[in-house]
Design a protein. Structure first.
Length: 336
């Protein structure tokens, strides 16, 4: 039996939009995608938080989580993640307490300390440019707001309470692409997600640090690592390489500061980028799981065996919705 049989597969959704589409149709497509993911056995469906990025429709993350959870029945739905410097912890606790009350046992709260946007947009979201430095304290505040009332500010005349939120104990995950969140997750005894789908550089070092320094907590007895990876699955390696040019064009647009619409695949990227840009895009996507069924199965088996990850979360940003669903069929078929 494959080592992948017992590894949960999950999805990270950025609600990617084609330039010839509409926001309404894009979000309806994300729901249909989540519903299909639930049918084929995907474990979690998380939504990212990005701002001021035409082509990525996931700025109102908590609203989208409610939309997806309301249109599905069993799959866990969550944030991958809420960028905490953009939000007051009380507001996050109230939003996710409401979601957890509406969809019990199905809501996850992933937290990040990056802005999920460019510096100008970050300033528009939050005038305090030092908020990221308070991330550890704000994680603690959020844990407290979502926890039991009796554990909070006993003896004070009036404690701030998250209603809803209090005593929902929404599972909190820490997300990161460097060593900071890995160390914090280890210290707090929280599950950790490494953002390998866009920042692979510190992958091995971050996971090793997290495991080495992990302290058991009331929510987690031993380390739990999930890694985000880009996925391009197709019936053949050649078709997968062709379809992967959609992601390559979007990352190219990102580094050029251009709008990030999903673009149709092309036969060749030659002439579309410089050698320096090619090197950057290739580095950005260096953990991409791209190929036909045998190729992606082999790559994932090696990846899981080498790093010992507990769960894998995939981005699956293909141009065609039909190809996105087909990729899920291929992905889930390799677990046996």
């Amino acid at each position: 039996m494959s080592i992948l049989a017992d590894i949960p597969f999950s999805l990270l959704e950025l609600a990617p939009m084609r330039e010839d589409s509409t926001i309404t149709d894009t979000l309806k497509g994300s729901l249909a995608y989540a519903q299909y993911a639930e049918r084929v056995g995907v474990n979690r469906f998380w939504l990212a938080e990005h701002h001021n990025m035409p082509g990525i429709i996931c700025s109102a993350t908590s609203i989208l989580i409610g939309y997806i959870a309301g249109g599905t029945e069993r799959i866990r739905v969550g944030a991958g993640g809420i960028m905490l410097p953009n939000h007051a912890p009380l507001v996050v606790a109230e939003q996710f307490g409401t979601l957890a009350s509406l969809y019990p046992g199905r809501i996850d709260l992933g937290l990040g300390r990056a802005p999920g946007s460019d510096p100008v947009t970050s300033l528009a979201l939050n005038r305090d440019t030092q908020r990221a430095e308070h991330f550890p304290n704000e994680v603690s505040e959020l844990q407290s707001l979502l926890g039991p009332r009796e554990a909070r500010q006993i003896g004070q005349a009036k404690a701030v309470r998250a209603i809803p939120g209090e005593n929902t104990n929404v599972p909190i995950w820490l997300l990161g692409s460097s060593l900071f969140s890995a160390q914090l997750a280890a210290q707090r005894g929280l599950p950790y997600v490494f953002a390998g789908h866009f920042a692979p550089r510190f992958l091995s070092e971050a996971i090793a640090l997290y495991r080495r320094e992990f302290t058991p907590s009331a929510v987690l007895a031993k380390p739990y690592v999930m890694v985000g990876l880009p996925l391009v699955a197709a019936p053949t390696d050649a078709e997968a390489q062709y379809l992967s040019t959609t992601s390559k064009q979007r990352i190219l647009a990102l580094i050029r500061g251009q709008e990030m619409w999903l673009k149709p695949p092309v036969d060749s990227m030659d002439g579309l980028w410089s050698e320096q840009e090619k090197s950057y895009v290739d580095s950005f996507l260096s953990l991409s799981i791209c190929g036909g069924p045998a190729t992606i199965k082999h790559r994932l088996e090696v990846f899981v065996e080498q790093l010992g990850v507990d769960e894998v979360m995939f981005t699956n940003d293909l141009y065609s919705n039909e190809h996105r669903l087909r990729a899920l069929d291929i992905l889930m078929s390799i677990k046996s």
